[in-house]
Design a binder for this molecule. Sequence first.
Ligand SMILES: [Mg+2]
Length: 186
Amino acid sequence: MQPTPTPPALLLDVDGPLNPFANRWRRRLRWRPRGYTAHRCKPDDWIARHAPLPEEEVAPLRVWLNPAHGPQLTALPYDLVWATTWMHGANKHIGPVIGLPHLPVIEWGELFKPGPDGAHWKVPQIVAWARGRPFAWVDDGITAHDQRYVAAHHDGPALLHWVDPARGLRAPDFAVLREWAAKQAR
Ligand SMILES: [Mg+2]
């Protein structure tokens, strides 16, 4: 019997793909993205940002989350991995709300340190983490600079898929991910 090939990794950003935060003007109109519910939490870095205010006085952060995303993501032929500034907080505050199991986390060495040649700060660390393993990365911060960086430095297949931060992950995004994984499996 052939050994089952390792599925590609799916590197997940939170703000943008799962939490469509970029809808400020609509917020004033009490607009709510369809399928999403407001969820309030106090991640560690959010509390730290409000220092020296004690935790109980920090107003919670509101995120929009879509409970359909968990089952849609786990149904994909990928190993899911958090690639977000939420880091371990994603397993605590995001995953359980949308029905994702506890996932591995990419632990950033340094946050927001610009990558070379205009690349996203996450990209060099993602490539180092992947070590040639096929991966798809969904993020609202992806640009052509990242495509170039990955093409030059990642020794394996990769899909960099931009997601609109005003809309979050939608059916066409899932279709792209499914198609790409199917192509890798061939
Ligand atoms: Mg983002």
